[in-house]
Design a protein around this ligand. Sequence first.
Ligand SMILES: *Cc1c(COP(=O)(O)O)cnc(C)c1O
Length: 387
Amino acid sequence: MSRKHKSSTIAVRTGIESDTQHHAVVPPIYLSTNYGFPSFGDVPKYDYTRSGNPNRGLLETALFELESGKGAVVTNCGTSALNLWVSAFLGPDDLIIAPHDCYGGTYRLFNTRAQKGDFKVEFVDQSNDQALAAAIARKPKLILIETPSNPLVRVVDIKKVCQQAAEVGALVGVDNTFLTPIYQKPLELGADFVIHSTTKYINGHSDVIGGVVVTKTEQHAEELGWWGNCIGATGTPFDSYMTLRGIRTLGARMRVHEESSQAILNFLQSQKRVKTIYHPSLPDHPGHEIAKQQQSGFGSMLSFEFDGDIEQLKTFINSLTLFSLAESLGGVESLICHPATMTHRAMGEKALAEAGVSHFLLRLSVGLEDSGDLIDDLAQAFDSVEG
Ligand SMILES: *Cc1c(COP(=O)(O)O)cnc(C)c1O
């Protein structure tokens, strides 16, 4: 598809009318694990589904075109996308720099593999210029950025880190799960890779686990494709079909997610049980100016510090009816999460404290329900805390 099209158009149109057999408007699903060789020695485009499949191929095309990349490898989850990336590029003597407040599973993956001696890792507060410069001076091979970060939505200046990385020959990957290419295009800001948990906004319906690594160069796509097949990290045809179906509405969904999160932010600012609110759209958020430069929207993940004791916090959460207490994010349904005991519990108390994740921090994934209903629900839950 031509690059002149906007994201929403790419999301809707990729693969439409591509069926040459029956002219199905929506591309059909190919569940077959294997494909015939036309004749002896004549290797077909697809031979075995671990290495390639038409549905996964279409999803990869949609994702790399959305991210302005040259190639992509779709994996069975976001974690395996990150694992594929480090497996392909890191050896025992190589260093990766990752954010100190990265997704809990990413922290666990890098930490565990580093302890086994697979590679070296340093977790750094990437919004601290000095700490970042000191880490980059160690000549890392890879740098992972997660912006906005999870769960404190800290913003990292992608362009600046990419410039510093280039000076030491490091490759930069950006976990773009929170904003999607609708609101942020890291490859256009100088990054070499974009990584997604497509489980979140990209699929958007909380019914498929998936991931992707998108590359800026064809060569990196080829290398990652080889590794994806080698270690068996690739996504299934059915998941790929479902995720492409989810992507069709990505542009429209992201718009409504964001509108509703703005309404909820306004509401939260007037609540006495709400202490600090974390969202890049707030002028006093430390990443507000950078977010305005590198993002085309502020996104809809937000978190806040609850003012009260743990019993009151429990009452608040248990009183909500439209925010499900669950991990994950980016689906049509609204969620509330207590990172310290849920998504980020694998980090342990020390790392949680270092990352600034307190036991009173609550994270909201604002869904697509009516925003007035969501605000009413939050209001009655705050009321029930007062007894
Ligand atoms: C969920 C998530 C991941 C991991 O993805 P899975 O699909 O759960 O394996 C990685 N990064 C971020 C930012 C996430 O939110």
